[in-house]
Design a protein around this ligand. Sequence first.
Ligand SMILES: [Cu+2]
Length: 169
Amino acid sequence: MKRITIKKGLLAVALILSVPAASAGGSGDGEPMLRVAGDFLEVRGFVRETLPGLNTSAAYLELDNGADRDLRLVGVQLSNRPGGVASLHTTEERDGISRMRPLKVLPIPAGQTLKMAPGGLHVMLEGVRLRAGDSLSLELQFANGETRAVTLPVRGMQVGNEHHHHHHG
Ligand SMILES: [Cu+2]
C-alpha cells in the first residue's frame, strides 16, 4: 500500500483540514440535496475555501446510496478548473501527524450514507483557488463507468474565526 507523507506546505493544510467546520459536523445544515439523475444516489457536500497563498483544499461529500446494490466511487475530476486536480483521499493520524493516503476505490454500501469529514475521507483539491461564496463543479466517476456532475458551495473556514488548533511542536 503506497502512502503519501505530506510535505511541510501540505502539512499546514492537513492540520487546517483536520479542524471540523462549525457546520460540517452535523447533518441537515440546510445545503440543498442534489438528486443525481436516474437512480437512488443522492449527493451533497461543500468545499473549503483556500487560504491566502495556497491552492490546496478539500471537498467533503455526503453520498446517500438508496439503491440495493453497492456503488463504488473510483475517481473525481474538476469539470471547470483547468490545471486543477482532484483525488480521493483518506487521512490517518498517528503520533499527531496526519498522513493522507490516496484511495483508488471508495465503496458506498447499499442503503447506506458515506460521509466525508475533515480529518478523514475527503476529495483532495490541488491547483485551485476557492473563495467562500464560489461554487465548484466535480465530476464523480463510478466503477460501472457512469459519471455524475455535482456542484458544491465553497465555504469559509469557520463561522467564529477560530484559528487556534491543538497541534504544537
Ligand atoms: Cu488529502
